[in-house]
Design a protein around this ligand. Sequence first.
Ligand SMILES: C[S@@+](CC[C@H](N)C(=O)[O-])C[C@H]1O[C@@H](n2cnc3c(N)ncnc32)[C@H](O)[C@@H]1O
Ligand code: SF4
Length: 445
Amino acid sequence: MEPDLIHVDPQLLAKWNRPVPRYTSYPTAPQFYLLDETEVRKKLIQFDRTDKPLSLYFHIPFCRSMCLFCGCSVVLNRNPKRQSAYLFHLLKEIELIASQFNRKRSVSQLHLGGGTPTSLSEEEFERLMEKINRHFHLTSDGEISIEIDPRTVYADQGAKLKALKRLGFNRVSFGVQDLDPLVQEAIRRRQSEEMTVETYYRARELGFHGINLDLIYGLPHQTRERFAKTAEKMVQLKPDRMALYSYAKIPWLKAHQKAIPDETLPTAEEKFGIYVDARARFMKGGYTAIGMDHFALSGDPLAKAYEKRRLTRNFQGYAVEMAEDMIGFGLTAIGFIEGAYFQNAKELGEYQKRVGEGKLPVERGYILSEEDKKHGQAIQSIMCHFEIEKERFDGVGDPTALIEEGLMEEKEGKYVATPTGRLFIRIVASAYDQYIGKGRFSRAV
Ligand SMILES: C[S@@+](CC[C@H](N)C(=O)[O-])C[C@H]1O[C@@H](n2cnc3c(N)ncnc32)[C@H](O)[C@@H]1O
Ligand code: SF4
């Protein structure tokens, strides 16, 4: 069935539009408990006995202004001194981690996220990359990616983009959200179409591959009709990848979201319609729908990974699987080492204090049991491949209700999500979650 032919009964939509995790980890962050650095050190030593490659994540939390929808971990800041103090501690954290290893470990994926990583100056980027290269070995075919707010690299005529290319970055992801000025005004993110388009073409000309554009549906004043224009423009630009995120409304965690009046938000039905329309337009434009919210042109490594079942889901969303173990550096950063999640301190002063004292700044985490791992693999399989093998996951979860509701079906020894089930894949996955009901999450639609 074509996605644009999918009609969902409003009553079912209301039923499925319930709070569920986005499953960027399993167990999800609300299950994490207090942990100290001794646990991390143990896992790092264990990891050091292996030859596995690593993935590294660096969190740069600073933003000059707050977009009202934002659900990320952000520190509002316009003071360069505060930023250089943070970088100082980040460099120190790299040393602390690297000193746990007997040799320079190979890194196949490096990602800078935020906040706004491009709030760093060229010189700060140089220092960071120099430090990373000194302590880790970035493999020649590795992915070095960064999240970029186009508003921060526009005025300099591409100077910072050029510097990033020179420093080895090969993948970029731009935040667009919506091109509509009315929506932009309501989310307090003024970013002209010219700014977005020009920045995108500059990145192309500089030879970046796997260029991604982020969009969000469910923002204030969005309608099917208005968002169709943004979707159309995106297809014309033809980025290699697009992310189309559902607006995650979590005002109990992000108080600034309360400044968006509820009555300006699309209804659940309209929001779902915006998604289904945009998805259909992207697919008609040559994109493969990957997982629930990513789209990639066929031929792009992400599309290939999906076809070859080498797709993974981590804190950055969907990615090509290269390394299972990830170390997270910086404020709130989450890593996964030898079957355990670790999350750094969430408060800037605390993070810097701990690193300053020569301690690993981890605060919370979760060591997975064998049972957790099984559930995690089932959820990963559903989120990435839309199916699970019956025998392998026998007794891990119960798909009965999903089958009755038409979200899953039995096929050749597997349980496979139906076309409707694919659109509610978080609901499908939640049937395999032992901890569902514990913790607050944004809604499925
Ligand atoms: C951490 S942000 C970094 C991008 C960069 N700071 C920018 O704004 O361009 C990555 C992406 O997360 C998405 N995002 C942020 N808050 C969100 C929310 N509440 N719901 C859904 N997506 C969100 C946006 O699409 C954003 O581009
Ligand atoms: S969307 Fe990006 S620029 Fe806006 S507040 Fe969030 S992290 Fe900062």
